[in-house]
Design a protein around this ligand. Structure first.
Ligand code: NAG
Length: 330
């Protein structure tokens, strides 16, 4: 083949590039940037990483809340600072990354968690044009492309690192889901599926820099966003019963996501870079299982997803290892 003479030296060079790369640092030597850190999943992840000794830049628009979180982390002996950040603004993302480098000496890990969602967006005809534009501006351009763009130089300077995007199980909603809701559930789905694409393509594109990318397709978790959208904890659990792929009994706790993230940050995870991982309750599942099911007709009550019985064999733990606490009743 014509191309092989060009390709071969590149393939041979790859192992040497890897051999020179510094090993992934332990969590207590890492610096992390968490966006959307003022509440819910982002706040929980920031606190969890800080408790493992990671220095954390907490970024969000609501800095009053970030100040309170940083005080709490610092009083507990952790290291954290606040960055005022709207992820639609490249200059603010750049400033947050610079802060990590200037105060803590580098950047190893990014949890791109800022997001926008309101149920109304699914009612396409009723949605404000600005609301639709905002969904894509925050979820896809801001949390996806801009966050990655401004983190990359710092991660390369560090010799590698990891970025985790907060995606959603909405990314693999399909025509059965649309039929079940009788709504255009694709609006949030579209921006989140875009994040999955960035993680998967980027994992290949930036592997030679030691940069690992992941997208977490989150089921329903207790967060300010879901509580704000769905109201009471009771109705949150009722909603979880409808949409969670496996753990039907209740919405997950953000702590579970924080553990998955920590394993990715220190590369103790068994999920390879580029993985799209569904996190449902305390379990992880390859999202490929759902993407494979995408165009298969499913029962409307399963929203076009595989059944809990089918998913059982695919369940993994926080680290991607065997899932031991499989509950029989779902
Ligand atoms: C991360 O761990 C995997 C094994 O699980 C290994 O193949 C890979 O080289 C590690 N990545 C880095 C950057 O050390």
């Amino acid at each position: 083949m014509r191309g092989s003479s060009v390709l071969l030296p590149a393939l041979l060079a790859a192992p040497f590039a890897t051999a020179n790369r510094p090993a992934v640092r332990p969590l207590n030597e890492q610096v992390a940037l968490v966006t959307g850190a003022s509440s819910g999943i982002g706040l929980q992840a920031a606190k969890y990483l800080a408790a493992q000794g990671t220095a954390v830049v907490l970024a969000a628009r609501r800095t009053d809340r970030l100040n309170a979180a940083v005080t709490e982390i610092t009083e507990a002996g952790g290291r954290a600072v606040v960055a005022s950040c709207d992820v639609r603004r490249g200059d603010m993302l750049k400033a947050a990354v610079t802060l990590a480098e200037e105060i803590f000496g580098g950047l190893d890990f990014v949890f791109a968690n800022a997001g926008s969602f309101s149920m109304g967006e699914d009612e396409l005809e009723a949605a404000e044009d600005e609301q639709l534009a905002m969904n894509v501006a925050v979820n896809l351009i801001g949390s996806g492309l801009l966050t990655l763009k401004y983190a990359l130089p710092a991660l390369k300077r560090r010799g590698g690192g990891a970025v985790v995007f907060t995606s959603s199980i909405a990314a693999y909603f399909n025509k059965v889901t649309g039929a079940a809701y009788e709504q255009m559930t694709a609006i949030n789905a579209a921006s989140k599926a875009g994040l999955d694409s960035i993680a998967n393509v980027g994992a290949g594109a930036f592997a030679r820099h030691g940069i690992r990318l992941y997208s977490l397709n989150l089921a329903l978790y207790e967060s300010e966003m879901s509580l704000g959208t769905l109201g009471e904890r009771g109705s949150l659990n009722q909603f979880a019963a409808m949409i969670n792929p496996y753990h039907k009994e209740k919405a997950g706790h953000p702590r579970e996501i924080a553990k998955v993230i920590a394993h990715i940050a220190d590369n103790s995870t068994l999920w390879p870079s580029g993985s799209l991982v569904t996190v449902d309750g305390d379990s992880t599942i390859s999202s490929e299982v759902f993407h494979r099911a995408r165009f298969q007709p499913g029962l409307p009550e399963l929203l076009g997803m595989p059944s809990p019985a089918e998913l059982k064999e695919h369940l993994r733990d926080h680290r991607g290892g065997p899932y031991l606490q499989v509950k029989d009743e779902v």
